[in-house]
Design a protein around this ligand. Structure first.
Ligand SMILES: C[S@@+](CC[C@H](N)C(=O)[O-])C[C@H]1O[C@@H](n2cnc3c(N)ncnc32)[C@H](O)[C@@H]1O
Length: 266
């Protein structure tokens, strides 16, 4: 310890920072200091900015998305058709499997080229539940400039319902592709019940519309996964989720993957 103090005193602030970080790292801790200018810039943009941090574990963690056999088989061929990273897909896969024992169907809002829908179809194979897919297949609708300032209309339009149908052609269970704008594509589905919903629509209004439709139709124990809850560019999605659950008993759980999950209480 004495030599550590001597080295800190004798070196520059940067050297002391590196040294302290190295010592703490050995004990499993990590920290970061942002320069004042960057802190001020962040703070002026959004009061919550200091909570947006890179996540990394100082020690190795169980990482089944890197090839654990069960997940690897379900994930095979998914990656080229999704913008959702492997660690997030692994969350969908695990929670989807858990939801197989819950009453109701599966749904995905925000399908794009169909990668995560393909993964969910693999989870559902042989279980008889319907997979509902909702997307305009014309990309994002016009964002609200105050709520979704970092997103643009028309992003994710390089796809079609036909291509997604073909990608999921091997799925033997019931598949319903609802092409068009949310929430009008929920019309006529009043009596449905859901066990699992993946909400990946990025925008404030789209996310809120999904929650207003699905929440009352979730069975007890059903799981909802929000793909972009933690990403600064999709803060509209987070705001919609936080507002919606502010007066409900379920507590959205933010994951280090950027997703959030909610489990419906009885
Ligand atoms: C990030 S992408 C989905 C990514 C996809 N889950 C994957 O595996 O790559 C978001 C999608 O949400 C859709 N979307 C957003 N708001 C919508 C709305 N109000 N109605 C229909 N589709 C919407 C867009 O068309 C886009 O395809």
């Amino acid at each position: 310890m004495r030599s550590l103090v001597r080295r800190v005193r004798g070196g520059s602030k940067a050297a002391a920072y590196r040294l302290t970080k190295g010592v703490l790292h050995r004990f499993g801790y990590d920290f970061e200091i942002f320069p004042r200018s960057s802190r001020d810039a962040h703070a002026s943009k959004n009061a919550d900015e200091s909570f947006y941090r890179k996540w990394r574990s100082p020690s190795p963690v169980w990482a089944p998305w890197r090839g654990e056999p069960d997940f690897r088989d379900a994930y095979d061929g998914v990656e080229p058709y999704t913008v959702v990273s492997g660690d997030r897909c692994q969350v969908l896969y695990r929670l989807g499997n858990q939801a197989l024992s819950v009453d109701g169907d599966f749904a995905e809002c925000g399908v794009y080229r169909g990668g995560t829908a393909l993964l969910l179809s693999r989870v559902l194979e042989g279980h008889g539940k319907t997979l509902h897919l909702f997307d305009s297949f014309e990309g994002l609708p016009a964002p609200d400039p105050t709520r979704d300032p970092d997103l643009e209309e028309g992003v994710f339009k390089a796809t079609s319902a036909r291509e997604v149908g073909a990608l999921l052609g091997g799925f033997s269970g019931p598949l319903r592709i609802h092409q068009g704008w949310i929430p009008s594509t929920f019309d006529g589905l009043n009596d449905s019940r859901f066990a699992f919903v993946h909400i990946d629509v990025d925008l404030y209004r789209s996310t809120l519309d999904c929650l207003e439709y699905f929440y009352p139709r979730l069975s007890a124990g059903a799981v909802v996964v929000f793909d972009d809850y933690g990403f600064p560019a999709a803060r509209g999605e987070k705001n919609a989720v936080d507002e919606f659950f502010s007066d409900r008993p379920e507590a959205p759980l933010a994951l280090p993957t950027g997703q959030a999950i909610v489990t419906k209480l009885p």
